[in-house]
Design a protein around this ligand. Structure first.
Ligand SMILES: [Zn+2]
Length: 378
């Protein structure tokens, strides 16, 4: 009886090699050595529409974000882009607030922060990741279609829903005796690859094998037991936590979205905010507990926009009233080069994140229109 093992999975993928089991940082990719202590960045788009009122305005909801801000810099009023969830979240990653050809469920025309960093710093694909809460639309965050950038500089993408759903785990559990070229196994592997960005984002066999190894580790840790209104977001954050521990990537984006339950339920929304804060706390704990990560990792958490000032008829919160609650968000920045316990109320925007992070890492966001976050460095 052959049980499902990492090696079986890799063999079935046709990608067994010594390199397949090495972490990307061991593969000799050219690594940029910045003057600053920061060598890696986690950028969490706390998207789905989250007001500062329910985060830094109600510290009991978000003890982990508050702790981050106390040890870092809080920007309580960043101005947001008015482009709908998808466009506004995309703008955080492109540093561009104009809706230049951004359609729902399509890649944008502009380069993303992932492409800037990979191209300018010569980063290996294994060093740049994005994990998302789920849904076909979210694969579009990994790269844009700009001719000077694009898929060859894109991020690896892991989609919480596509990979960790219950049905998928059951398929793997039944798959106790792998045989090469078994149609069912092929189907499973195809689904794995779809979860990683429709196959086009992961062409390199070694990279693919590492992803599959990682996924298998995750499945055996029971990640797919995560349930509830914030399940997609918590999976994305769990993926992020494990990616940090296993691969220590240079750039990791995380895209959340479950807070949008607020349209129909204020209480459900607050619960998502609280659960996401707890999951961010787990990610932060993993970073703090790892000596290398703790001294080299910067973390930014920022919603794409807020929500209306007043409850709607369903006792929920929409997003369209143009209020300050909608148009400004609270952003926390934490890292070895940053001030501790500072609050910066200067005029800034969510699109400043891409410019700021690229500069922090030694890259240039050439087409971004954001400025630099002031008051950040110690
Ligand atoms: Zn919405």
């Amino acid at each position: 009886m052959t049980h499902l093992t990492r090696r079986n999975l890799l063999r079935t993928a046709g990608a067994v090699s010594a390199g397949a089991l090495l972490a990307p940082s061991m593969l000799g990719a050219p690594l940029f050595v910045p003057e600053r202590k920061t060598q890696r960045v986690v950028l969490i788009a706390m998207a789905g529409g989250v007001r500062t009122r329910e985060t830094f305005g109600m510290p009991d909801n978000v003890p982990n974000l508050v702790a981050m801000a106390k040890e870092g810099v809080l920007y309580p009023k960043l101005r947001t882009s008015n482009l709908g969830h998808f466009g506004a979240t995309m703008s955080i990653f492109t540093g561009l607030a104009e809706a230049r050809g951004i359609r729902e469920n399509a890649r944008g025309p502009d380069p993303t922060i992932f492409e800037y960093l990979r191209k300018d710093l010569g980063l290996d694909k294994g060093d740049v990741w994005v994990t998302t809460s789920g849904g076909a639309q979210q694969v579009n965050y990994s790269y844009g279609l700009h001719p000077e950038y694009g898929p060859q500089y894109g991020a690896n993408i892991l989609d919480g829903d596509g990979i960790f759903n219950r049905e998928f785990e059951e398929l793997l559990e039944r798959w106790g005796k792998p045989k090469a070229a078994d149609p069912e196994e092929q189907k499973i592997l195809e689904r794995l690859r779809r979860g990683m960005g429709k196959g086009d984002a992961v062409k390199d066999a070694e990279q693919q094998a590492r992803v599959e190894e990682y996924i298998l580790n995750e499945l055996t840790r029971g990640t797919s037991d995560i349930r509830g209104a914030a399940a997609g977001d918590r999976k994305a954050l769990r993926l992020a936590r494990n990616l940090m521990s296993i691969f220590k990537p240079k750039m990791l984006g995380v895209v959340l979205q479950n807070a949008d339950i607020a349209h129909s339920s204020y209480n459900g929304y607050v619960e998502v905010v609280r659960q996401n804060d707890a999951a961010i706390g787990e990610l932060m704990a993993a970073i703090r507990e790892d000596e290398e990560l703790a001294t080299t990792t910067a973390v930014f958490v920022c919603p794409e926009f807020g929500r209306d000032a007043d409850l709607n008829a369903r006792r929920g919160l929409d997003h369209g009233d143009g209020s300050d609650d909608l148009r400004t968000v609270g952003c926390a920045a934490w890292g070895p080069d940053f001030k501790q316990g500072a609050t910066v109320t200067a005029d800034h925007k969510t699109i400043d994140l891409t410019t700021t992070i690229c500069e922090l890492m030694g890259a240039k966001a050439k087409l971004a229109k954001g400025g630099r976050l002031s008051g950040l460095y110690s």
